[in-house]
Design a protein around this ligand. Structure first.
Ligand code: ASP
Length: 423
């Protein structure tokens, strides 16, 4: 008899519940989980961290090279990139705003194993951050994991490789292959997430008590509110201005892609369906949809950016660290850039969160808390990512006169319905 395989989400949920239960059992004796269970959680986090530098570097080189090609597409390319960056920066802003207002992390204070508070207070100013983006020694940046410098160098070498054409191909192929390897490893590492989550949650609950979970529920609420706000404010405005579709039609037509994104947590896996919907339901021309959507799946992740903004504030609150305005601006900058380097696969945005956290000196160990609910947050953010790319294809096509409204299924469906109602 064939056995149905349990989904990763269910396994992670079981890991989470078991972690909490075992944590409660050891409330009076937290040294046992600290000594025997926590190392496995650290191992899991180390595995996650291991992939960061090569993943960011290689995927950004490849992403930047595809943006380099964008130049050939001139105006369309420019519009697309502007739409991507502006909506993403706005998305992080919404994420920061909602979590600053709703304060999901207030109410508990976790202590740090290392005193990072000091470091956060001394985080460099925005001007210094910008100056330091340019690495004087890029290899030093790679070795030390200086993310902003790595991003800068990766983007430049990606664009440089496209300038020299054939001669740059070997480098791009290498980076492409490295990026693919890292995506695969990410996927494999995420399979260990149920055990990692268990091992991370148990000592946290044993040391702090089960009330530590309340902020997590609040964080889920904060992220989903911000996701919704972004879709309702940003996309409905842009779609209304630059196309003839209503936001309801956008939801209705996009629904199958959103459902797929929600259940797979993978923008890349949703791409084929997204392209079909853009073309058939919204009448977006093939040239625009086959350019904007694949590019967007690589570089445009509004949901991920919201998540990163909200989680950075959450972690700061949980550890009692005050974020200055310039630190919050740095978060907007790094989260926008991080979303460029995030792959459209489950869990990628979580890995990139380390980059956002370290850019403002927040403790990366705070991710242990979020790990347990990461998949729940991923489902929502992937849906926003996919919605963002669909909206980009509609807006760009709308401004280029590349939407065939007469053959857009969402409109035809309505016409048919209203005709039927008239009969
Ligand atoms: N899962 C997301 C996506 O595929 C990426 C992320 O983890 O944020 O779009």
């Amino acid at each position: 008899m064939e056995k149905k395989k349990m989904s990763l989400v269910s396994k992670i949920m079981i890991g989470l519940v078991l972690g909490v239960a075992v944590g409660i059992l050891f409330l009076s004796n937290p040294s046992i989980p600290d000594n025997y269970i926590k190392p496995f959680g650290t191992l899991f986090l180390n595995l996650v961290k291991m992939t960061i530098v090569p993943l960011v570097f290689a995927s950004l080189v490849v992403g930047a090279a595809s943006i380099g090609d964008v130049k050939k597409l001139g105006r369309v390319g420019g519009k697309t990139m502007i739409y991507f960056f502006v909506t993403t920066a706005f998305a992080v802003f919404i994420g920061l705003f909602v979590s600053n207002v709703l304060k999901p992390g207030i109410g508990i204070t976790l202590s740090l194993s290392e005193p990072v508070v000091q470091e956060a207070a001394e985080a460099p100013s925005l001007v210094d951050t910008i100056i330091n983006i340019v690495p004087t020694n890029p290899f030093d940046a790679l070795v030390n994991g200086n993310m902003l410098q790595i991003i800068f160098f990766a983007i430049l070498t990606g664009i440089g490789a496209t300038f020299i054409g054939e001669k740059g191909q070997a480098y791009l192929n290498f980076c492409y292959s490295l990026a693919e390897i890292m995506y695969k490893l990410t996927e494999k590492i995420m399979n260990l997430a149920p055990y990692g989550v268990f091992a991370l949650m148990t000592p946290v609950v044993a040391n702090n008590g089960p009330h530590v979970l309340l902020p997590l529920i609040r964080l889920i609420f904060v992220c989903y509110s911000a996701y919704l706000l972004h879709v309702l404010i940003t996309y409905s405005t842009t779609i209304k201005i630059w196309s003839r579709f209503s936001i309801l039609q956008f939801f209705k037509g996009g629904a199958p892609a959103f459902a797929m994104a929600f259940s797979t947590s993978s923008g890349a896996a949703t791409l084929p369906l997204g392209m079909k919907i853009a073309q058939e339901d919204f009448g977006v021309s093939e040239s625009i949809s086959s350019f904007v959507l694949p590019l967007g799946t690589t570089v445009n992740m509004d949901g991920t950016a919201i998540f990163q903004g909200a989680c950075a504030v959450f972690i700061a609150q949980v550890y009692g660290i005050d974020l200055t305005l310039s630190q919050q601006l740095t978060i907007i900058l790094t989260a926008t850039l991080a979303s460029v380097g995030t792959a459209g696969v489950p869990g990628a945005g979580f890995i990139m969160l380390t980059m956002v956290l370290s850019s403002v000196g927040l403790p990366v160990e705070g991710m242990a808390l979020i790990a347990g609910i990461e998949r729940i947050l991923d489902m929502g953010r992937t849906t926003v990512n996919v919605a963002g790319n669909l909206s980009a294809s509609i807006v760009v096509a709308g401004t280029e006169g590349e939407i065939d409204y007469d053959n857009a299924a969402v409109l035809i469906g309505n016409k048919k319905a209203s005709k039927a109602a008239n009969l």
